[in-house]
Design a protein around this ligand. Structure first.
Ligand code: SF4
Length: 429
C-alpha cells in the first residue's frame, strides 16, 4: 500500500476533511497520487447538497471501477453516504466499493482500512452520534497552499427548507475555544499566512461564555496573517463584528453573507429568519465600519413558488447591495427536505431568471473592478509562475502582477493598473 488518491466533491468543509483523511494515510507512509489508476487506496469524499452532485458520483464510481487496479481499496465517504437510503443503494449498485462511511464516522477510516486489508471484511458505517467525527489524532495533510482551514464547529441547527446539511451533519457542536486558539497559533508559527475558520454558521459559535466575536478577538495577533471565516448567517451575524472588522489587524476586509433571496415571502418559505430590511441594515453597518469591505453572497433562483415579483425583488437587492462577487445557483430539489414537497417551478423559468441575474451581476462586478483602477491594495501572494504573481487583495479581489522578488506568502502593496472584467492587474510599489 504505497499510494492514495482522494477525490473531493462539495464545499470547503469537505476539502478540509479530505486533508484530514490524507493525514491518516500519510501517517501510514503512503503518498498522494493524482491518477486513480496508480492508487492502492482510493477515497471519494462526496457531497449531496445538489441532486446533480449525487448523480455525478454514480457516474464517477463507474469510471473509477474501470480505471482502478484490481486490488485497490475503494472508500466512499462524506455527506452523500451519511444518508442511509443512499448508502444502501450505493452498496447494491456498486458492490466493488469496499468501505462506506458517513460524516460522523470518518475518524474510523484507518481502523476500517486495516480491517479490510487484513480480513477482507467490507464496512458500511453511517451510525450517527453526538461526537463530532473529527479526525483529531493525526495532523491534516494540508493542500491549500498559504491557507489553512480550521474547523470551529460542526453541524447546523437552522433547517433552511431547501438544505440537507442538518440531516447529514447533525446539530451544532462547537469545538473548545482553547483548542481552536492553539491550532491557529501553531499554524501561524509554522508559516501559514491565511487562516480560514470553518463552520456551517460560524456566527452562532459559542463556548461557555464566549461567542464568535470573542473568539476573533482572542485570535488577534501582532504576527502578520489574514483571518477569514465561512459561512455566516445573516440572522446571527452581529453588528459588534462590524466594529471588530474596523479595528482588527488580522481580519480580511471581506465578508460572505448569503442572502439567498431578496423577497421576504421567499425568505419566510426558506425558513431563513431575517427580512430584506434587516439584511440591508447589517450590510450598511459593515459598509459604514469598513468602507472598502468586499461583499459576496449566495443567491438561489427558482425556489418553489418564486414569482416574477419575488425574483424582481432579488434583482433589486443585488442592485442595492452591489456585491463584489456572487455565487448564483438554480434551486435543486433534495428529497427529505420540506422544499421538495412544495410546488416546483419549471426549468425554463429558472434558467431564464438565472441568466438575467448572472448578466446583472457581471455588470456590477465589472464596474467595481473598473473603480479599483488607480487604487492601491495589499495582496497576499498565493501562487507564482516565473515573475507573474497571483493573489488576493484584502477585499478578496483577484490580482495579478509581475515581480521578480516577491515570493508566495508575501504581502505586497500593489497599485491596480487595469481591470479585465472582474480580474485586476497591477504593479508592485
Ligand atoms: S444555515 Fe441553512 S443553508 Fe446553511 S447549512 Fe444550515 S440549514 Fe443549510
Amino acid at each position: 500500500m504505497d499510494k492514495y488518491c482522494i477525490q473531493t466533491y462539495g464545499c470547503q468543509m469537505n476539502v478540509h476533511e479530505s486533508e484530514k483523511i490524507a493525514g491518516v494515510l500519510q501517517a501510514r507512509g503512503m503518498t498522494a497520487c493524482a491518477d486513480v489508476a496508480d492508487a492502492d487506496v482510493i477515497v471519494l469524499n462526496t457531497c449531496c447538497v445538489r441532486e446533480t452532485a449525487e448523480t455525478k458520483i454514480y457516474g464517477h464510481l463507474g469510471r473509477i471501477k474501470s480505471a482502478k487496479k484490481r486490488d485497490a481499496v475503494l472508500i466512499v465517504c462524506g455527506c452523500m453516504t451519511q444518508r442511509s437510503e443512499v448508502a444502501q443503494s450505493l452498496v447494491k449498485r456498486c458492490p466493488f466499493v469496499d468501505i462506506v462511511l458517513g460524516t460522523f464516522n470518518q475518524s474510523l477510516i484507518g481502523d476500517y482500512l486495516d480491517r479490510f486489508i487484513h480480513t477482507g471484511v467490507k464496512t458500511v458505517d453511517i451510525w450517527r452520534s453526538e461526537k463530532d467525527g473529527e479526525l483529531r489524532d493525526t495532523p491534516p495533510a494540508r493542500t491549500s497552499g498559504i491557507n489553512a482551514w480550521v474547523n470551529i464547529m460542526y453541524g447546523c441547527n437552522n433547517f433552511c427548507t431547501y438544505c440537507i446539511v442538518p440531516y447529514v451533519r447533525g446539530r451544532e457542536r462547537c469545538r473548545p475555544i482553547d483548542d481552536i486558539i492553539s491550532d491557529v497559533d501553531g499554524l501561524i508559527s509554522s508559516g501559514y499566512k491565511q487562516i480560514t475558520l470553518l463552520g456551517q454558521n460560524v456566527n452562532s459559535y459559542k463556548w461557555q461564555d464566549k461567542k464568535f466575536v470573542d473568539l476573533l478577538k482572542m485570535l488577534e495577533s501582532d504576527k502578520k496573517y489574514r483571518l477569514k471565516f465561512m459561512t455566516s448567517h445573516p440572522k446571527d451575524i452581529s453588528i459588534e463584528l462590524a466594529d471588530l472588522f474596523a479595528r482588527s489587524n488580522n481580519l480580511a476586509h471581506s465578508l460572505h453573507l448569503p442572502v439567498q433571496s431578496g423577497s421576504d415571502r421567499i425568505l419566510r418559505e426558506m425558513n431563513r429568519h431575517y427580512t430584506r430590511d434587516e439584511y440591508f441594515r447589517k450590510i450598511d453597518a459593515f459598509r459604514a465600519a469598513v468602507p472598502d469591505i468586499g461583499l459576496s453572497s449566495d443567491i438561489m433562483v427558482g425556489f418553489p413558488t418564486e414569482t416574477e415579483d419575488d425574483f424582481m425583488q432579488t434583482l433589486d437587492l443585488v442592485d442595492r447591495v452591489k456585491y463584489n462577487n456572487l455565487f448564483m445557483f438554480i434551486y435543486s430539489r433534495r428529497s427529505g427536505t420540506p422544499a421538495d414537497k412544495m410546488p416546483q417551478l419549471d426549468y425554463k423559468t429558472k434558467q431564464e431568471r438565472i441568466d438575467r441575474l448572472i448578466k446583472r451581476q457581471f455588470e456590477i462586478s465589472k464596474a467595481i473592478a473598473g473603480d479599483s483602477v488607480g487604487k492601491t491594495c495589499e495582496v497576499l501572494v498565493a501562487e507564482k509562475t516565473g515573475s507573474k504573481c497571483y493573489g488576493k487583495a484584502q477585499n478578496d479581489a483577484a490580482v495579478t502582477f509581475d515581480n521578480e522578488t516577491a515570493t508566495v506568502g508575501d504581502f505586497v502593496q500593489v497599485k491596480i493598473t487595469s481591470a479585465v472584467n472582474a480580474n485586476l492587474k497591477g504593479e508592485a510599489i
